[in-house]
Design a protein around this ligand. Structure first.
Ligand code: ZN
Length: 80
């Protein structure tokens, strides 16, 4: 199983829990009811489309900040 699979499973799990507490289909951020289309496309969605888009933009802008002291790729950085 890949990390993405696990992530999706976690989200499905969280969605199932929200169904139990009758919060399914409500955006976790703005508390607005989610569009039916959104739920059909992504049944485990936590956020409405506008919040999701906002978060993805934040996420992408964060990624542009370089982390020079934390090389994640290339094991040649490790001398031990
Ligand atoms: Zn929202």
């Amino acid at each position: 199983m890949t990390n993405t699979d696990r992530k999706i499973l976690n989200m499905i799990d969280a969605a199932l829990k929200r169904i139990q507490v009758e919060e399914y289909g409500v955006c976790a951020n703005c508390q607005e009811e989610m569009q039916q289309k959104r739920l059909e496309a992504v049944p485990w969605a936590k956020h409405c489309i506008s919040c999701q888009e906002k978060m993805e933009q934040d996420c992408c802008s964060n990624r542009k900040i370089p982390h020079p002291y934390k090389p994640r790729w290339g094991t040649h950085y490790e001398t031990r």
